[in-house]
Write a protein that binds this ligand. Structure first.
Ligand SMILES: *[C@@H]1O[C@H](CO)[C@@H](O)[C@H](O)[C@H]1NC(C)=O
Ligand SMILES: *[C@@H]1O[C@H](CO)[C@@H](O)[C@H](O)[C@H]1NC(C)=O
Ligand SMILES: *[C@@H]1O[C@H](CO)[C@@H](O)[C@H](O)[C@H]1NC(C)=O
Ligand SMILES: *[C@@H]1O[C@H](CO)[C@@H](O)[C@H](O)[C@H]1NC(C)=O
Length: 337
């Protein structure tokens, strides 16, 4: 009987609160449903990757097979692919922080131990520095921070900075790309052999100007300043190449430090340069990055913006070049919040 009274009271109080706070309840119900949706979608992708593709890089969902795509990222013509490369569990590395944030510490721990025992970057694969930085170095560094920010994430074993060691090994493999007279890094590096003979000297503004968050974090975590300094030197060089209007182009030559494509906007090839300047200020408190961001931002608003949207313009004259809206521009409002 006590149970029924309890339930009755519960019903009254819940209908009372429904009456008073129906809007709030509706909203929190909707939020709960949405977060369950996200969780389901994550596991749909993750479990199928683990079943059909791991430890290769990516799942091919229609054929239930895999592709080792790290060398293909940013490589539109699929040139210089290694025949020997069999993947580095790319999707698992990219999933680490999601596992931790979803509270799946058992799977997170399993993944960390698998990677620390089985992952090696001593592989013959020519990778795009930018892509490998955001996905692999960023994946490892952010998961390392999540693994160390709470004592409760590991149940059976203990975390001994395994992800940081992997990140540091990868970061060292990036450094030869920066070994250029201008300090602007090559866009491509072979993880085993360094910069290849006859490597292209063409790169993009985002490719050489948005490496500071991951490499800066790596330096702060390891105490080895070389990563952060290399990334900062590249940004300073790039910034020195801006036009009198404070605009940058889209593609450039790291050998001659000349622009190749003078037309630019806030989309492909430049987008994350702006993003990283602001975030480097937020993450590291860098006043220098903040000043660059302010000048770059004002120039963007003056020369690319047209009403509610943004077109491209020539960095030298500020005159509009291409009137098109592209998908990568979509990050801009997020930057403005
Ligand atoms: C990758 O797999 C192929 C085929 O199984 C094998 O011949 C090759 O030795 C492997 N490469 C490495 C680096 O293990
Ligand atoms: C490393 O890979 C081997 C072979 O797939 C596997 O048996 C082993 O369990 C892996 N190590 C960890 C810690 O998961
Ligand atoms: C680099 O390219 C030049 C000209 O295309 C060629 O003669 C040379 O053999 C190439 N070097 C290497 C190491 O591939
Ligand atoms: C990559 O392939 C292209 C075209 O096949 C070639 O011209 C270039 O020299 C190659 N680069 C490297 C680093 O092997």
């Amino acid at each position: 009987i006590g149970k029924w009274i309890f339930m009755f009271t519960l019903m009254i109080s819940s209908s009372f609160s429904f009456f008073c706070f129906s809007k709030v309840d509706q909203f929190s119900d909707q939020k709960k449903r949405m977060s369950e949706n996200v969780r389901e979608m994550f596991y749909h992708a993750y479990n199928n990757y683990m079943k059909y593709a791991f430890p290769h890089d990516e799942l091919k969902p229609l054929t239930k097979s895999y592709t080792d795509s790290l060398g293909e990222l940013g490589n539109l013509n699929l040139e210089n692919l290694s025949q020997e490369y069999n993947g580095t569990a790319l999707s698992l590395i990219e999933s680490l922080s999601s596992l931790a944030i979803l509270g799946d510490y058992a799977e997170f721990e399993k993944a960390v131990f698998w990677l620390s025992e089985n992952l090696s970057f001593d592989v013959d694969v020519r990778v795009n520095l930018f892509e490998c930085n955001i996905r692999v170095l960023g994946g490892l560094v952010s998961a390392h921070i999540l693994a160390t920010d709470s004592a409760s994430r590991f149940s059976s074993g203990s975390y001994e900075n395994q992800l940081l060691f992997l990140a540091e090994d990868l970061g060292r493999r990036f450094l030869p790309a920066f070994n250029t007279p201008s300090g602007l890094p090559y866009a491509w590096i072979n993880l085993k052999y360094g910069v290849m003979a006859n490597e292209t000297t063409e790169t993009t503004t985002s490719g050489c100007g948005s490496l500071i968050l991951e490499m800066g974090a790596l330096s702060r975590l390891t105490g080895d300043s070389r990563f952060e300094l290399a990334a900062i030197r590249a940004i300073r060089k790039l910034w020195s190449m801006r036009s009198s209007l404070n605009l940058l182009g889209t593609t450039l030559d790291i050998g001659t430090s000349e622009w190749i494509e003078y037309s630019s906007g806030i989309g492909a090839g430049v987008d994350s340069f702006y993003e990283y300047l602001l975030k480097a200020h937020l993450l590291f408190g860098s006043e220098e990055m903040w000043r660059m961001f302010q000048s770059a931002y004002l120039a963007v608003q003056s020369y690319f913006r047209h009403g509610p949207w943004y077109h491209e313009a020539d960095m030298r004259t500020g005159r509009a070049t291409y009137w098109q809206l592209t998908s990568l521009q979509a990050f801009w409002p997020g930057l403005q919040v």
